[in-house]
Design a protein around this ligand. Structure first.
Ligand code: PMP
Ligand code: GLU
Length: 396
């Protein structure tokens, strides 16, 4: 807390995912053999054809400021992608390209929320939804879910959480951190509630769309009666390993896209020109080009679930997408291991870092204090070694 700083930033939590990744990096630089399972970042390299497109863009002398909401031909590629993968139709005026999906989410919060507006967050939720909402004056309202229901919110739980102040709901499917995937029928049940409240905007974060082990991805925006009430958030960080290139985008009602364009025009302007050119190539390629990565994540999921099942007191759901497991570790609360008291998920995650040299993220940051998040976007070797170390330090 620093009184010279704004209340806005003083009241904001540091991103737990980035903080843990920074801590792991620091310890590694000190010479510790840290296995980083904290950051949700594919460990594959960017596909060659995408790299080539970026190199070509540099050679073609792309260098100027870009249109705030993205190059016209990139918006066209996004429109084609939405039609091809989701059967959703948008016009260019409904698309805004941003500096990562994180900025897309921040734009939405800034343009839609007034002070006191409630934002429903089925928990566990991705770490930044809550602080982004608060930054915009919103009040996050968690809806608790249960590991026994695969961490998914039911229509009844959703309806019970709605109040006259509810302005927005944000969720991801496939979900970061639980890996849960909402089926079309489950989304339809939620939609049946939401259509009764047309002032609630649904922010459907589909950034893990392609990392899905159970079949075709479903989007709530596919339903005609939800189309005007939904903004789909997506990007190239996960499917194409382009995390550092910072390209995300939305498709949604034109009035919201216009407002995001206006907001972005005062804050960051258009996204990096080279990354946008490369994104056109990435999005035009058929999803089959990245199937090898999805297959690898699926195998790693089996590996990590098998190894976790050998550790006493750890309960998991079976993730159906993304690249995280979100085990309930509350069995260890109240226990003392190697002289260290474990009273919370943060204590547990810190214990794994200090004793096993394995970086994970506390579930508290995702709205579930009984769990930790483990990213399996790591090599088989690192997954095996990390699970071996965790098993050892928990039997201490
Ligand atoms: N949403 C979810 C669910 C995420 O896991 C992430 C993290 N990459 C983001 C949004 C932000 O992605 P980007 O890298 O495009 O900002
Ligand atoms: N989305 C990733 C994660 O959850 C990257 C970190 C971040 O953007 O916060 O780990």
């Amino acid at each position: 807390m620093n009184s010279k700083l704004s209340n806005r930033v003083n009241e904001m939590a540091t991103s737990a995912t980035l903080a843990m990744a920074a801590k792991a990096r620091e310890l590694r630089e000190e010479g510790k053999d840290i296995i980083g399972l904290s950051l949700g970042e594919p460990d594959f390299t960017i596909p060659e054809f995408v790299k080539d497109a970026a190199i070509q863009a540099v050679k073609d002398d792309y260098h100027s400021y870009t249109p705030v909401d993205g190059y016209g031909d990139l918006k066209q590629a996004i429109i084609t992608k939405f039609k091809r993968d989701n059967n959703i139709s948008y016009e260019p005026s409904q698309i805004v390209v941003s500096t990562g999906a994180k900025q897309s989410l921040a734009n939405l919060a800034m343009v839609l929320l007034n002070k006191g507006d409630e934002v429903l967050l089925p928990a566990p939720y991705w770490v930044s939804y809550s602080d982004i909402s608060k930054l915009a004056g919103g009040v996050p309202k968690e809806i608790k879910t249960s590991i026994d229901n695969d961490f998914k919110v039911t229509a009844r739980e959703l309806e019970a959480a709605i109040t006259p102040k509810t302005k927005m709901i944000i969720y991801s499917s496939p979900c970061n951190p639980s890996g849960s995937v909402y089926s079309r029928d489950e989304l339809r049940a939620l939609a049946d509630v939401l259509v009764k409240y047309p002032n609630i905007i649904v922010v459907s974060d589909e950034i893990y769309e392609h990392i899905n082990f159970v079949g075709k991805h479903a989007s709530i925006a596919e339903f005609d009666d939800m189309y005007n009430q939904t903004v789909v958030v997506n990007g190239v960080s996960k499917a194409y390993s382009m995390t550092g290139w910072r390209v995300g985008y939305i498709g949604g009602p034109e009035w919201i896209a216009r407002a995001c364009n206006k907001m972005q025009g005062q804050i960051t302007s258009g996204t990096n020109c080279i990354a946008q050119r490369a994104t056109i190539t990435a999005l035009k390629s058929p999803p089959s080009k990245i199937q090898f990565m999805v297959d690898a994540f699926k195998e790693r999921r089996s590996l990590i679930l098998d190894l976790l099942s050998e550790i006493p007191g750890i309960k998991t759901n079976e993730p159906e997408g993304a690249f995280y497991v979100f085990p309930d570790i509350s069995y260890y609360f109240g226990k003392t291991l190697r002289g260290k008291h474990i009273n919370s998920a943060s204590d547990f995650s810190l214990y794994l870092l200090e004793e096993a040299n394995v970086a994970t993220v506390t579930g508290e940051a995702f709205g579930d204090p009984n769990c930790i998040r483990i990213s399996y976007a790591a090599s088989d070797e690192n997954i095996k070694e990390a699970m071996k170390r965790i098993k050892e330090v928990l039997s201490a």
